[in-house]
Structure formats: structure tokens, C-alpha cells
Design a protein around this ligand. Structure first.
Ligand code: CMC
Length: 428
């Protein structure tokens, strides 16, 4: 017997032995369960993939009940404390903490791919002055595909690596261009002598100074924020990356699709929604009334809840602490008081306790971004920069996984049986 499941089909009394491997049954093993030879066989029905593993992965581990997050086995708390984002990127991509010379080479490669073709600036100019920066970012990432036609060689490991380096290097440049466009400011070219996050801050905030010197606290804060957002296993956007990439389209196109999924208010767009919510609440005294509306389903408490975490999101804990460090440089964000009060009341209320709703990564990140003077619409773009490496690590794992094929779910067809077409005159 061993690790297996005995299933009895009560329609005909037949029994099947289904192996259990790695804590799962293979959904395809259900197909043998039939009532007649021309029966299609049993499928599993799982809208929103609540209990379906779509891949085997060795990148990120989450224990949602315990509130544990690890990249390649390393606890997120240790990584956020000790490494740069690029070091984390290499860990996610390659599986091990890089040796110093390997890291220097990787950082050098990324640094020297930060420039984008001049034409990118021109089509960025084509957007309206009030275009949403996430929309510009997604379009620009998709457009990169046309600049690197070799990227279509998805089966070639060296070509893949080149695109991975390019994407990690160029997403901050595209993001910064989108920001400068919405502010009506000239685009700033990358500075190769700055760190990954320092360069990003320079491309966003540099004005007339000849040399921009990033504030070390803010530079470090972005390393931490990007690390915390770097990967989160099979979330909506990462699954999109894998799903679109499974058609063997180039990674720019897949990544644009993934960024599109991230844009939604239930996913990466939630960091902006939290800010809109806090601004609408306006004052700490209004919090109990807002909580009442949430409990009566008239409103959602954005930045709360998670499909996997049924405990405090470990990233939220780190971000909450980071916020205080950032506010020492930027000054306090007055919305923090409202956020703290929301959290305090929500964690005591039955509605949230029973549903195991806790703050997620998006609850406090927006307060930091706002204190740094980023416009609210820009927040999901900041999420996308950090998540780029996770999308790419997962894409690489999918492309090199022999068990993967083009993603193609089944459906339970509940529509009409065959019927004859009727011209207009015969329709009721
Ligand atoms: N505010 C109020 N009620 C909530 C919330 C919330 N934020 N989240 C879940 N619930 C309720 C929900 O209405 C449901 O109640 P009931 O049992 O009475 O129908 C119950 O909790 C279970 O929720 P669910 O919708 O089944 O949970 P899900 O796993 O499908 O959704 C979620 C997860 C993250 C989409 C959802 O919690 C949500 O919409 N949260 C707000 C948006 C948000 O903060 N998103 C960021 C997620 S973390 C970062 C990321 O992945 O991008």
C-alpha cells in the first residue's frame, strides 16, 4: 500500500489505488475513474486554484499558518537584514548564496545593462501626461521584446540568461522614465557608479545637481523593500508569468503579462488602494465606523488578508519596522496613526479573528512610498521592480522543467447541448 489513496467510485463500486507523492495526488490519475469506456474520466474542479499545485518548485517556501517565508531555504528576516537586492536576486535565480567574485560579476553585468534604447524614450513620450505609470511600465516591458528578437530563443540557456540580466537591469529605468513622464520632468540616464537602488533613486529624484548622492537610509530601505517583494511562489502574477511563458513566448512578453496581473487591486495594486482607503478614512476617530462598514461588507480593509497566510504576513512585520527608520529621514507620515489604529482594532475584532485576516505586505509599504514622495499610482510599479526577479526565477524553472507543458486547464461545460441555428425572423 504505502503512500496511496484508495478511492471507491460509488457509481459502480470500482476501487482505484492512487499514489501520493510529495503530499499530492496527480490529478491525471483521476482520469482512469470512468463509468463506461467512452466516459471522459474524472477531473478535479478547483476555481482559482485554491488547492491545486501547478508545478514543483525549489525557490520559495511559505507556511501560511505559521507565517513563514523563505527564499531557497533562507528565512526572509535574515535576508532582509543582511543582503542587497542584487545578492537576493542571484540567490533566487541560482539557488545558492553567491561567492563574492560571482556576485561582483553579476552586479557588474546588471549595472551595465541599465540603459535602454533611445527609442524607448520616444514612445514613452507618446503617453498622455496623466497616463497611469503602471500602464506605461507594462507597455514598455512588452515593447522591449521588439528590441531583442533573440529573446524568442527560449530553449537557449545563454540567451535566457542575457534577457534575465537585461530585465533586472532595465525595469528600474523604465519605471523611472514612467515616473518622470507623469511629473513632466526630463528623463535621467542610469549612473553606473551607483548601487542598484541608489541608481533607481537617482533616476527618479535627480534634479539639477551634477552628482546625485542617494540618502543611505532610503537606498537601504529600497534594498529591503525589493527583497521583501522579490518572490512569493505561485501568486497570481507569477502563475501568469509561468502560464504565458509556457507558450514559449519571449520573457518580455510574459513579464508584461505578469505585471498586468500585478496591477489589479487585489494583488500588487493593493498598496495604492491602502493609501486611498487611509485618505478616505481621514482621521483616527473615523476608524471604528470604517471597521463597521467592513464587517457589514460595505467596504474592504485593503492590505489585509491573504490566500496563503492565515497569520501575520512576515513581510508586513519587517516593513512596519522599516517605516519608522524611513520616517526619521522623511518625517512622519500622518496616515500611520490611522493605519496603526486600524490594525489594533481589526486584530481584536471577531470578524477578522475568525477569518484569520492579518496585515499583508501592502498594508504598510504605501506609507513608506508616500513619505518618500512617490505618487500613489506609482506604488504598484515599485512592487513590480522587486518582483521582476521572482517572475524570472520562476520562468527559468518552468522552462527547464521536463514535466511542464503549455498550460491548458480543462473546464466543466455546463452550457447548452447541441441546438440548431435560427435566423432573426424565427427568434423570439
Ligand atoms: N477585508 C474584508 N474582508 C475580507 C478581506 C479584507 N481585506 N479579505 C478577505 N475578507 C473576507 C472575505 O470577504 C471572506 O468573507 P466571508 O467568509 O464572509 O465571505 C473571507 O474573508 C475569506 O476571504 P476570501 O475572499 O475567500 O479570501 P481569498 O483568499 O480569496 O482572498 C485576498 C485573498 C488577498 C484577495 C483578499 O484577502 C483581499 O481581497 N484582500 C484585500 C486586497 C489585498 O490586500 N491584496 C494584497 C494581497 S498580499 C500582496 C499580493 O499578493 O499582492
Amino acid at each position: 500500500m504505502g503512500d496511496s489513496l484508495t478511492v471507491t467510485d460509488n457509481r459502480n463500486g470500482k476501487t482505484y489505488e492512487i499514489p501520493i507523492r510529495d503530499g499530492a495526488i496527480n490529478a491525471f490519475d483521476l482520469r482512469q475513474i470512468k463509468t463506461s469506456p467512452d466516459d471522459f474520466g474524472l477531473m478535479s474542479y478547483d476555481p482559482a486554484y485554491k488547492n491545486t499545485a501547478s508545478c514543483k518548485s525549489r525557490i520559495t517556501y511559505i507556511d501560511g499558518d505559521q507565517g513563514i517565508l523563505r527564499y531557497r531555504g533562507y528565512p526572509i528576516e535574515q535576508l532582509a537584514e543582511s543582503m542587497t537586492y542584487l545578492e537576493c536576486a542571484q540567490l533566487l535565480l541560482e539557488g545558492e548564496l553567491p561567492a563574492k567574485d560571482s556576485y561582483d560579476k553579476f552586479a557588474h553585468e546588471v549595472t551595465y545593462h541599465t540603459f535602454v534604447h533611445e527609442n524607448v524614450k520616444r514612445f514613452m513620450h507618446g503617453f498622455r501626461y496623466d497616463a497611469h505609470p503602471m500602464s506605461m511600465f507594462i507597455s514598455a516591458v512588452a515593447a522591449l521584446s521588439s528590441f531583442y528578437p533573440e529573446a524568442a530563443e527560449v530553449g537557449d540557456a545563454e540567451v535566457r540568461r542575457r534577457q534575465i540580466i537585461r530585465l533586472i537591469a532595465k525595469v528600474p529605468t523604465l519605471a523611472a522614465f514612467a515616473y518622470r513622464h507623469t511629473q513632466g520632468l526630463p528623463y535621467v540616464y542610469p549612473s553606473n557608479e551607483l548601487s542598484y537602488t541608489g541608481n533607481f533613486l537617482a533616476m527618479v529624484f535627480k534634479m539639477s545637481e551634477s552628482r546625485y548622492v542617494p540618502n543611505p537610509t532610503l537606498e537601504r530601505a529600497f534594498d529591503v523593500l525589493f527583497i521583501l517583494h522579490a518572490d512569493h511562489e505561485q501568486n497570481c502574477s507569477t502563475s501568469t508569468m509561468r502560464q504565458v511563458g509556457s507558450s514559449r513566448v519571449d520573457p518580455y512578453t510574459s513579464l508584461a503579462a505578469a505585471a498586468g496581473a500585478l496591477y489589479g487591486p487585489l494583488h500588487g495594486g493593493a498598496n495604492a488602494e491602502v493609501l486611498y482607503m487611509l485618505e478616505k478614512i481621514g482621521r483616527k476617530e473615523n476608524v471604528p465606523d470604517f471597521i463597521r462598514k467592513v464587517k457589514s461588507k460595505e467596504a474592504m480593509l485593503m492590505g489585509f488578508g491573504h490566500r496563503v497566510y492565515r497569520n501575520y504576513d512576515p513581510r508586513a512585520r519587517i516593513i512596519k519596522k522599516l517605516a519608522h527608520e524611513v520616517f526619521q529621514v522623511t518625517g512622519m507620515n500622518p496616515l500611520l496613526d490611522i493605519a496603526l489604529e486600524l490594525e489594533r482594532i481589526a486584530l481584536e475584532e471577531d470578524y477578522f479573528v475568525q477569518r484569520k485576516l492579518y496585515p499583508n505586505v501592502d498594508f504598510y509599504s504605501g506609507l513608506i512610498y508616500q513619505a518618500m514622495r512617490f505618487p500613489t499610482e506609482f506604488f504598484p510599479v515599485l512592487f513590480a521592480i522587486g518582483r521582476t526577479v521572482g517572475w524570472l526565477a520562476q520562468w527559468e524553472e518552468m522552462v527547464t522543467d521536463d514535466e511542464q507543458k503549455i498550460a491548458r486547464p480543462r473546464q466543466l461545460y455546463l452550457g447548452h447541448d447541441v441546438r440548431d441555428f435560427k435566423p432573426f425572423a424565427q427568434r423570439g
